[in-house]
Design a protein around this ligand. Structure first.
Ligand SMILES: NCCCC[C@H](N)C(=O)NCC(=O)O
Length: 442
């Protein structure tokens, strides 16, 4: 019997990419839906900044535990079931977070989100590798990340397009639960599409989840430059993600701007990333010098938190986001957030692909899994510290100077980032691996 099946038509690949990216959109939206309601959580249930920091950390603790298990579930159940199950877990988590005003239940909701959201990202990456390997893989990853970041931006924009919901802390989170439903629908559509494709066409093999398990015995074999990148990854994400978590509340309390305007301003970060990440990716693919670009990004980030704290606000400038809204925002805040957005585009666009230039292809999955694991540790600890600093120094609208210690802490992290970025750059000048083509690891 002839079992030959043709390759699926191109349109299938893009339809699969669209479904998986939509699932990621919902995932990022639900994660970021908590940050525009920080002030409401402080007012009504009366949570402290430290408690809100813990809501962020709970996600990372869950993600850490799940990442340690590696891609087992994806390997065992396949990407179709795995994507749907993780999307359903995210939906359950979104509903649990909003179900009651009890802190422990909200905390459990955010923990459950970590259980579903990070493996959903891994499952989505596996699907892209299955469908795009040997084709437009980097481009597909870029599109996927941009659509995911649109989820983050949309959560910020909800302060404008869904402003009537922001009279209490729960309604915006019910909206987030509905968006989690979009993820579930997208996961089902992906399942149906891929099932049909498998019946008619030859679909690529699942990249073995074993590749993503961390082989602790061989960690010492990773080159020194890889560890510099991991260190930069830890401090970079431990700065940017917690800053984003508290940003909308910080703009409201310390700079006296409305929630809508604060949401638009905060969205500049993911919006800049949506536009600039692929452009920086193209630039660096052309000119190389990855170590230099990472060092430049780290240097630009260093003064931003001090600038936002001590520089005069300056004149108001017009900020317009098409289809969403417009507002007048202080020039200093605009410049700082735009520059942070540029760094948030440059460093990830260079850092993640750089690993492929340093590590043998056969151990790339392991290298990425370890890097993500370390990322979660830094990202888990910092919101706790920032929350505690804000509480201890009485940060709030009547004492905006109380936010300064937190900003100095971000600056300290950024300085550590500069140190590792420069170590990497110098190391790179001597070894020049980050200027060469990816390690094929035959
Ligand atoms: N809410 C977004 C969480 C994304 C976590 C993920 N592990 C990650 O770091 N992705 C890369 C990125 O730059 O977003």
């Amino acid at each position: 019997m002839n079992t030959f099946k043709p390759a699926p038509p191109k349109v299938y690949r893009w339809a699969i990419l669209f479904c998986v990216s939509l699932a990621m959109f919902g995932n990022y939206y639900v994660y970021d839906s908590l940050w525009p309601i920080v002030d409401l959580l402080r007012e009504d249930p009366g949570f402290s900044y430290a408690q809100i920091g813990m809501l962020s950390t709970a996600y990372n603790i869950a993600a850490l535990l799940v990442l340690l298990v590696g891609g087992y579930a994806i390997d065992r159940f396949g990407t179709q079931k795995a994507l749907l199950v993780f999307a359903l877990i995210c939906l359950g988590a979104a509903v649990l977070t909003v179900a009651t005003s009890r802190y422990e239940v909200i905390l459990a909701g955010r923990f459950l989100l970590g259980v579903g959201a990070e493996p959903l990202i891994v499952a989505a990456t596996t699907v892209l590798a299955k469908w795009f390997k040997g084709k437009e893989l980097s481009f597909a990853f870029g599109i996927n990340l941009s659509i995911s970041r649109l989820g983050s931006a949309s959560a910020d924009w909800s302060t404008s397009f869904a402003s009537p919901l922001y009279t209490n802390w729960q309604d915006p989170l019910w909206l987030a639960s509905a968006v989690a439903g979009i993820s579930v629908t997208a996961a089902m559509l992906y399942w149906i599409l891929e099932k049909r494709a498998q019946q008619q066409y030859q679909v690529g093999e699942v990249v073995s989840a074993n590749d993503d398990k961390i082989d602790f015995k061989s960690l010492y074999k990773f080159p020194l430059a890889y560890w510099y990148i991991v260190a930069l990854c830890v401090v970079f994400y431990a700065t940017v993600f917690p800053f984003r978590s508290f940003a909308i509340d910080y703009f409201q309390q310390a700079h006296g701007i409305t929630r809508e305007t604060a949401g638009l301003l905060s969205s500049l970060l993911p919006v800049a990333a949506i536009i600039l990440t692929p452009l920086f990716g193209l630039l660096v693919d052309r000119v190389g010098r990855r170590g230099l670009f990472m060092a430049a990004g780290a240097i630009v980030m260093l003064p931003l938190f001090v600038a936002v704290t001590y520089l005069p606000a300056g004149p108001d400038v017009y900020l317009w986001i098409p289809f969403i809204g417009s507002a007048m925002v202080p020039l200093t805040l605009f410049i700082v957030i735009f520059l942070l957005g540029a760094v948030f585009s440059l460093i990830p666009a260079v850092m993640w692909p750089s690993v492929a230039y340093l590590v043998d292809a056969r151990r790339l999955g392991s290298a990425y899994a370890l890097m993500t694991l370390c990322q979660q540790v830094g990202w888990a600890v910092v919101p706790l510290i920032i929350g505690r600093l804000n509480d201890v120094f009485d940060a709030g609208p009547t004492y905006p100077q109380g936010y300064a210690p937190g900003m100095w802490f971000y600056t300290l992290l950024a300085a550590i980032g500069v140190y590792f970025a420069f170590k990497l750059w110098h190391h790179d000048r001597d070894n020049a691996r980050l200027a060469s083509s990816p390690h094929t690891g035959a």
